[in-house]
Ligand binder design. Structure first.
Ligand code: LLP
Length: 422
């Protein structure tokens, strides 16, 4: 990729970095920092890439809500007719509040509670991606109680190595997700026999930040063989869900385009009638968002120079958690000799870094943008150190819309009370 930035709508102009038609400096002045900023055009373009690639065949693109669960972001996808992949009752509530359609929701996750299952049955979701025999039984019982039949897919574990970070690889036998391939057939028979289940589909998700479609094609091949085996027994599925996983460029990775990623899968599927589902997260929102932060202090040292910023690991956990790389860009370029900095936050942990060893020409008070932060950024944030979480803004052309207010300190302890002591 030759563009200066991985984000398609980020550029550098006379007023510094611009997301679409809005200067990041103006966003900081108006909303403060730290602030997550997303580009609506980039969100739409990412979704459209899936839509166009799947054009002409029955397909459903379910945005993985865990990657970015802001109502503003979800509403952009809902308006495009997206489906959603959820892993909790909380995410279902968010989808509905954002205008998403329940009948386009798939519910993944190995630990669905009774309350969450009831909530999803009431809402009338598209499908439960069931991850164990015990969950099948629970779902059947709760559907009976609700006087309905629950739509189910089994999430199978194709035991394919996705060749990604071990923390985000999910399709191997040793992972807790899905049911073993060898158990799938008997479990489908059991599901088909349970009176309050409607067997609808099959699902798999092998991992995240995949930079090549080969492992997914391998998994899909195994899944299709199973689908045909089921059909031979009279268990016919109407959708095949291949999960999420397509990676993005954070640094110098060269992930395939959405079209190139999907092409071998579409070829494999040919004229098959089943609806093809995907659950992309990172590839929809990752490069559509950045974290805007301000330098509080510059702290030169003998071994290292630190730029201490007002964002921290509670805002963006990926560097601390996965040693993940996020590009750092000074919002306004300065005519200074660059220096090498570790970008760190105010939290009392050595792991509180956002980036290491970056050459930057900056002064105290300058703004920095941590790029490719639109996925698993805000959605993984916390209040550690009693830090109110960041504001979130969506830019749309020349306009900037606040889609989440900055938290207040009072809201952090609003549900707590001092212990009354005798
Ligand atoms: N579907 C299922 C069942 C999943 O478990 C996931 C992600 C997705 C879809 C979306 O995958 P994506 O398209 O975003 O790769 N926190 C980590 C990523 C964890 C991914 C967990 N599952 C990170 O920041 O890299």
């Amino acid at each position: 990729m030759s563009a200066e930035f991985s984000s398609p709508t980020l550029s550098r102009g006379p007023r510094g970095l611009m997301l679409e038609g809005v200067a990041l400096a103006d966003i900081a002045a108006r909303f403060g920092t730290p602030t997550y900023v997303y580009s609506r055009a980039a969100l739409v373009a990412a979704f459209d890439a899936y839509r166009h690639a799947l054009d002409g065949r029955p397909a459903l693109v379910c945005c993985a809500v865990k990657a970015n669960s802001n109502l503003g972001v979800l509403s952009v996808f809902a308006a495009l007719g997206a489906g959603f992949d959820i892993v909790s009752g909380g995410e279902l509530a968010r989808v509905l509040a954002a205008g998403g359609r329940a009948d386009r929701v798939v519910f993944s996750g190995a630990g669905k509670s009774r309350a969450e299952i009831r909530q999803a049955l009431r809402a009338g979701i598209h499908c439960f991606n069931v991850e164990s025999a015990a969950e099948l039984d629970r779902l059947d019982a709760l559907a009976a109680e609700a006087g309905t039949a629950a739509p189910v897919a089994l999430r199978v574990n194709p035991d394919v190595d996705p060749r990604t970070h071990p923390y985000i690889s999910t399709g191997l036998k040793r992972n807790k997700f899905g049911v073993a391939f060898s158990e799938a057939l008997p479990l489908y028979r059991r599901a088909a026999a349970l009176p309050h289940l409607r067997v609808r589909g099959i699902a798999c998700h092998i991992g995240s930040q995949l930079l090549d479609s080969a492992p997914v094609v391998e998994a899909a091949g195994k899944v299709l063989a199973l689908v045909d085996q089921l059909a031979a027994e009279g268990i016919r599925l109407d959708h095949i869900d291949l999960g999420g996983g397509l990676g993005i460029r954070y640094r110098d990775e060269t992930p395939p385009t959405v079209a190139a990623y999907l092409a071998p899968l579409l070829e494999l599927f040919g004229e098959r009638p089943e609806e093809l589902c995907f659950e992309p997260g990172r590839s929809l929102t990752g490069n559509a968002g950045l974290l805007l932060t301000r330098i509080e202090y510059l702290k030169p040292g003998e071994e290292k120079n630190f730029a201490i910023v007002d964002a921290a690991m509670n805002d963006l956990a990926r560097p601390a958690l996965y040693d993940a790389w996020h590009d750092v860009a000074a919002v306004v370029a300065r005519d200074l000799p660059p220096r090498r900095y570790d970008i760190v936050g105010p939290i009392c942990e050595s792991g509180d870094f956002l980036a290491r060893e970056r050459n930057l020409a900056v002064e105290e008070g300058d703004l920095l943008a941590l790029l490719s932060a639109g996925a698993y950024g805000m959605s993984m944030s916390s209040n550690y150190n009693s830090r109110p979480r960041a504001a979130e803004v969506i830019v749309d052309g020349e306009a900037a819309h606040l889609v989440r207010e900055r938290e207040t300190v009072e809201s952090l302890y609003a549900l707590e009370r001092p212990l009354a002591q005798g």
